[in-house]
Design a protein around this ligand. Sequence first.
Ligand SMILES: CC(C)CCC[C@@H](C)[C@H]1CC[C@H]2[C@@H]3CC=C4C[C@@H](O)CC[C@]4(C)[C@H]3CC[C@]12C
Length: 869
Amino acid sequence: MDLSGSSLNRSQSLASGLEKTSHTWNKPAHSQSSSTLSSRHSRQIIKDWEVIDDLQVEMQGAGDDPQDRTAPGICEGYLLKRRKWPLKGWHKRYFVLEGGILRYSKNQQDVARGRVQGSLDVSLAVISINKKSNRIDLDAEDILYHMKAKSHELFYIWVTKLQAHRLYKKNEAAHLHSSVLHTLSLPTAAEQAQRNGDLSATGMADSAGVSGVLPSANTAVNTKVSAWLQQSHNPDICVQELNRCHLDLSELNRLIQRLQALEVGQAFTNGDLQRIISIQNLSLEKPKKPKSGKIWGHSRTLSRVEALGMVRMPIRGITKSLSSSHLSNSAHLGASVPCIPDYVYSQLSPSTVNSPEGKKIQQDIYAMSQRVLNSLKSVHETLSQERQKLQAVWDANNMHQSNTLAQPEAVRHSSQGPPSVADSAAEYFDASDDILWGSSSEVSDESGLSDGSTTNSEPEEGHTSATRKYRASISRTPNSVVPKSTGRRTKLPVHCPDNSHVGLVAILYNNIGKDLARVSMPAVLNEPINLLQRLCEELEYSELLDTANNTSDPYQRMVYIAAFAISGYSTATFRNRYKPVNPILGETYECIREDRGFRLISEQVCHHPPISACHADSENFSFWQDQRWKNKFWGKSLEILPTGMVNVTLPRYADHYEWNKVATCIHNVFSQQRYLEHYGEVIIKNLKSNICTCKITFVKSRYWGSETNKNEVQGVVLDQSGSAIHRFGGLWHEGIFCDTLPTPKCIWKPNQQPKDYLLYYGFSSFAMELNELPSDLKPLLPPTDTRLRPDQRMLEDGRVDEADKKKDEIEEMQRERRKELGKRGEEHVPRFFKRSKDSSGRDVWLTNGTYWKLRENPGFANLENLTLW
Ligand SMILES: CC(C)CCC[C@@H](C)[C@H]1CC[C@H]2[C@@H]3CC=C4C[C@@H](O)CC[C@]4(C)[C@H]3CC[C@]12C
């Protein structure tokens, strides 16, 4: 057997993610916008580089025995290492990978002498690989290694080993964490006596009696914590339960694949095959001309998991078990892994679901799902209980801590309400992800990125305890009763489609340096709301502006304006899986909300760069902004930096407030642990009076630093001399509390999410109403209104494939119109907004005041309108 041939084949398989992704969303060449897959250069990037994401690593672990924490074998040898900047070129270095740590020395002798030149914890690094050039880059933020293997075999072995060590190190870290908890909970003789005592009596009574002297208060709290730890083995049970879940899910996945294969039977099409393959996390390149006699002749790729040799898979009736150790021996390369298409075909045994086998699988799937559900329920319950206990300890601690901020009454007499799911979720994510935070400098280099220090999101002194108190008060504030019925729809026509199979890696890598707002993506990645509507969404809590306009005290007024500014970010809480549709140049949107007393129009006013402008009026306020954003891709995360100021005027006090927006970051963009974070500082100024300003900080969560403080916001209203008049804070997804108002209170809390909101893109009720098209409204809208845009409507109706096609057509029409205009030497002129300068000389887009007049008379049906679709 041709060893190098087969190992080459295998190293290709490591990049299967990329090949798969480009397959899954490739569009016909004619319909690709200028921003999709267009340049030769970007094609190059997608073909050559892949980030090995966490998902793969997790999957790799899926088949492992969770208890098995034996370190993967040591891997060592020479690799080429790029010289440190500013030096150029490569030099040979001896690398040793052991226990998840990669060390390197000048040569093997130096290793023996213990002379190490550098080391890196691979669990903290982003691993990027380039199979063509055998390159491996490790980026652990401050440490960056560019390495090159001499051969494909070596390359492959190193990548495999790096992943195995990374997984091992990650598990180790998790294990360490639980061991620390365990050690803490080992009872001392004295503590043993307390073991059966009443938990609340011990800590609470002690701490209350000690008149606020901190050390003894801490002792009391410590006693309480250790009592809790002693009593509670729940975290361990949770870990076990989750491990079981993990295994069940892998089994479930296998059963589903099996069933799908049965369903498809013999009559599968190419598309089906590809779907099945992608479900199985396999990738199949378009067959190249077969070279007779060579098994790698038609190109094929393995599942990444299989490629790593970490799973057991049935091969023609025999279950072969592969471990990474097979792979460290190159003699095994090519020998132990079967031809993947064969494997897939073997899965597609001709049969139907009516077959007894199919029925049995269905039953198994049902039973297994039920088990997973029950496990998750029990984990959720346990965690809620644990959290409640912690909350009690925390509250006890709070009673003893003197504080710079006035402490609201509500905190002192705390009742321990059950934690919100959002609370627990926020804390949960904290524990796992930031440890892996990092960015690929190659990527950031290519996209011309800075160091990310674009925003200041350093919290103020003492903020953590303040936020905790605010948070406690907020959670005790009841939700604004039952949401009022607006008579509008309460759900969308269909559930959102699953888009987890879409190859984001390819899309993002392919569009590095481009405006995401201009990147054409497959419709299945879109939510049926576009950016014009999203601007309107920021008015979901417009009642805060109504309150501001009815508040005579200018400092308090500012507090409400600030709460409004923060409330606009809460829409993002459950919205990180889909992207708003990009509006077409000239597209418009109107929103009349008599119940809320405002009406809004928005228009896509510019294409290069994409700018959406909006203007809303009400008795109590005017609100306008034009928005465009820049995005920076950091290899694992996507940072969105909106430009443009938000403006609000309040007629009663002739105020004109103006503020900037903060950055939004989509962390772990390729993995299931994706989440959104907003960070930076918002400064609100009243252009009509300098009596006060407001500073809001969206606190950036730090490495291991803020377990419970994700989504923190804190703010201060300053008078002319810079003294703080009001302080407020909380979390942008949970609410804001202000304790300096005459009656300290929660000034804003998000509305309850509608039923089944996760099945409807995570939309709030307000968001669900945005694209609703009542029949009496239809004839009054200009044909450019988003509600009439066919692809978005198709998407909303669940006709995703049609939406995709239509979207291409519409984008193509837009290009045609541009060309036509270009030929005539003309430029598009927005219909309802005009370009202007604000008081600081910035370019802004303001309403030209014609929309509502034209709508009334003569009506858009009697006017000449743009034909956009
Ligand atoms: C799945 C993929 C394609 C990525 C998903 C990208 C989503 C999560 C991104 C794309 C555009 C982003 C929005 C762009 C602009 C703003 C305005 C800002 O004031 C609040 C955040 C907000 C509303 C962003 C939220 C996150 C967002 C919706």
